[in-house]
Ligand binder design. Structure first.
Ligand SMILES: [Fe+2]
Length: 463
């Protein structure tokens, strides 16, 4: 039985975050403005959407994955949303007991590396013409049809995949290869590998770390991966009892730079910090450079008292991060950390055609009040100067992570696409000109259903 009073206290089950139950499809959506004629392709966004009201304590990160897609062609737009039908989702539909979320004791199941419900609700990437929905705990990637959003199935790359694939694994725009990372409480605690353009595992390497870690992202350049050994670690009890108990340890932050296809990991140590999201990485001479949003809590205490038992969850989810740059010299072994700007922003993206090289422009979301994860504006950064410009959505309107839709070779050739939702439940896809970033959107497409706030997005080129 669900507990309505408990669910009513959970800010991430209500308002902007309330799940939608229907899977919808709609064509020829109404448009304010004009959809650019050169915009061909689709914007996809993943996020948590519990299929039924939770029966106990529920973490925002635990909701079943749901993909929302907006396709653009010849000045017209269509929309669909579908659940990501993971193996755990299907088993629950067929009557099995639901796997637990992270507030509940985990359940040991032989052969699994994770003892929580694998939702694939976090990230969505395009590889070999299909979507892959990915989970932040590192789970089974789920292949999804990029035209229909119907789940194709769990992807094990012909049986080659040794373990799991984490959210924020990356596709190289030059080679089309998928470079993934995996992490776990158990051996191997960290690893990375490469999937080819014909869906085969062509490289896999285990990485030695001092204990189980909870990284969230990785870096990718033309020749290197950058792995994160961050000081958020599982407790000893968590490891023994398979519980979701983590704490911030008095350990340095370390980035491991390793050749993409084989070779030793070179570790660089920096002052303690946590990083959710990498902006972009590239090489400059002997330097491997990573731009990322670094958490800067600075003693901030969000007002979460009204959330009752969900106050600790809301505190952890209150994102306060600033853009930083880390330079790691592969010849000297020396590292340097510099701050790009002191403004608060997160969920950074770049024009993915320019990722793994030195992209100049990044696009972030700006938090409304840093209590809940709701995004009142987008921010465009010139990473070379730290100068930024904001695009606001309007009072009471909140956005999603944007995606850059390239239409030409230049880094600014294209459009920025996002989904917004207002407090009355109206959702729109908005198309923003990156060259006139603070101007109103060139088109606002009315979506047929409310799109709850969610996690990560991507752009898929047509064809
Ligand atoms: Fe993420």
């Amino acid at each position: 039985m669900s507990d309505p009073s408990l669910n009513s206290l959970n800010p991430y089950l209500n308002g902007l975050y309330a799940p939608v139950r229907e899977e919808a499809s709609a064509r020829d959506l109404p448009v304010i403005g004009e959809i650019p004629k050169d915009l061909h392709g689709a914007y996809f966004r993943n996020g948590p959407n519990p299929m039924s009201p939770p029966s106990g304590m529920h973490h925002w990160f635990d909701g079943d994955g749901m993909l929302h897609g907006v396709w653009f062609e010849d000045g017209r737009a269509r929309y669909a949303n579908r659940y990501v039908r993971t193996a755990d989702f299907e088993a629950e539909l067929e009557g099995s007991d639901a796997m637990p979320g992270i507030f509940a004791p985990s359940r040991r199941v032989d052969g699994r590396r994770t003892y929580y419900k694998d939702t694939a609700n976090t990230d969505v990437i395009v590889h070999n013409g299909r979507l892959l929905a990915l989970w932040y705990v590192s789970g089974q990637p789920v292949a999804v049809d990029a035209e229909t959003l119907e789940t194709i199935g769990v992807e094990d790359f012909g049986g080659d995949l040794p373990n799991n694939v984490s959210a924020h694994s990356k596709v190289d725009p030059r080679t089309g290869e998928l470079v993934f990372f995996d992490y776990s409480l158990y051996e191997p605690k960290m690893s990375y590998g490469t999937i080819s353009t014909d869906n085969r595992l062509i490289h896999f390497q285990e990485v030695s770390v001092p204990g189980p870690r909870l990284p969230h992202d990785m870096g990718l350049t033309e020749n290197y991966v950058i792995l994160h050994d961050l000081p958020v670690v599982f407790t000893d009890s968590a490891i023994r009892n398979r519980l979701w108990q983590i704490h911030v340890a008095d350990l340095p932050t370390r980035f491991g730079v390793a050749p993409r296809k084989s070779g030793d990991v070179k570790w660089f140590e920096f002052p303690t910090s946590y990083i959710y999201h990498v902006i972009n990485c590239w090489e400059e001479g002997d330097d491997v450079v990573m731009a990322a949003c670094k958490m800067v809590p600075n003693g901030f205490e969000p007002d979460v008292a009204s959330f009752g038992p969900y106050a600790p969850m809301a505190t952890v989810l209150a994102l306060r991060a600033q853009p930083f740059l880390w330079r790691m010299n592969m010849k000297t072994g020396k590292g340097a950390e510099t701050q790009i700007d002191d403004g608060l922003s997160e969920f950074p993206v770049v024009n993915l055609d320019h990722s793994t090289g030195k992209a100049r422009w990044s696009y972030h979301v700006v938090m409304d009040d840093c209590v809940l994860q709701r995004f009142s504006a987008l921010r465009k950064y010139d990473l070379t100067t730290g100068v930024s410009e904001d695009h606001t959505f309007g009072a009471g309107v909140f956005g999603s992570e944007p995606a850059f839709a390239p239409t030409g070779p230049g880094e600014l050739d294209g459009w920025l696409v996002t989904i917004t939702t207002d407090l009355d439940g109206n959702s729109e896809a908005r198309i923003i000109d990156p060259k006139n970033f603070s101007s109103p959107p060139v088109a606002r497409i009315k979506l047929p259903k409310r799109v709850p706030a969610g996690f990560h997005a991507t752009w898929a080129k047509a064809g």
